[in-house]
Design a protein around this ligand. Structure first.
Ligand SMILES: Nc1ncnc2c1ncn2[C@@H]1O[C@H](COP(=O)(O)OP(=O)(O)OP(=O)(O)O)[C@@H](O)[C@H]1O
Ligand SMILES: [Mg+2]
Length: 226
């Protein structure tokens, strides 16, 4: 993992250095074209810096993994707040929530649940192509002692040949992706004794389903004993 991150960080560094060297050269040699080149290259540099900070962010998700902290978490409240956040940031996509807005608890890690919901919703928004009216629905229901959360998008769908790969670390079909969102989400959910699955149809959309055991008092006592 450390080697992978070193590689990901090293990748943008070379073009960044070249861009700056070129900028210096243009300033000395060619005053006329300097302004245009300055605009273009600073934009490129900002994009590359954003990319590096995203990599650092993802790495710290991994680095934080061993510090799993299980407590009683209101998963409904957490999910509802993430959905609200996405609604505010994606006004062009119709994002709906159905289910109670609080008081459904799991024994789990609050921070990791947040990351899982973020990752899945981010993937859903990225799956919706420009020009189509995006729709994402999030549903939460409780069936006996199990909580079922479904995320359905009307995006591009996942082609059959890659369906077996999407939970693998580093698997991505995106030019800017790290391929870590789903593999992290799967390990977080399985750590909380849950499961994550999906069904998808090309050009129609995808549904991700998360199942988690409802929290019991005894489970909490047990986890505190350990
Ligand atoms: N809702 C979805 N619709 C279509 N394809 C999806 C969806 N969710 C995931 N995928 C596919 O699964 C791949 C792996 O997803 P994952 O979240 O692990 O990585 P990523 O989104 O590519 O990169 P990262 O999450 O690290 O930014 C994606 O590249 C994409 O091909
Ligand atoms: Mg992702």
């Amino acid at each position: 993992m450390a080697r992978q991150v070193a590689h990901e960080i090293n990748n943008p560094l070379t073009p960044m250095k070249l861009t700056i060297q070129q900028l210096i050269r243009t300033k000395h040699l060619d005053h006329d074209s300097f302004d245009a080149y300055f605009e273009k290259s600073t934009q490129t540099l900002i994009e590359q810096i954003d990319n590096l900070s995203r990599i650092a962010g993802t790495f710290s998700q991994f680095a934080r993994m061993p510090e799993t902290k299980f407590t009683k978490v209101d998963v409904a409240a957490k999910l509802f707040s993430v959905v609200e956040l996405f609604k505010n940031n994606h006004e062009n996509i119709d994002i709906s929530y159905s289910g109670v807005e609080k008081d459904v608890c799991v024994n789990g890690d609050a921070e990791q649940l947040l990351q899982v919901f973020n990752n899945i919703l981010k993937n859903a928004t990225q799956a919706i192509k420009d020009g189509t009216k995006g729709k994402i629905s999030v549903e939460l229901e409780t069936i006996n002692n199990e909580i079922l959360i479904k995320f359905t998008d009307n995006g591009v769908g996942i082609p059959l040949p890659i369906q077996q790969d999407i939970f693998k670390p580093n698997f991505t079909t995106k030019s800017t992706g790290m391929g870590l969102g789903l593999s992290l989400s799967k390990s977080f959910i399985e750590n909380m004794n849950g499961t994550i699955s999906f069904s998808s149809k090309i050009k129609t959309g995808t549904t991700f389903a998360i199942r988690l055991p409802k929290e019991h008092e005894s489970m909490l006592l047990h986890s505190e004993d350990i």
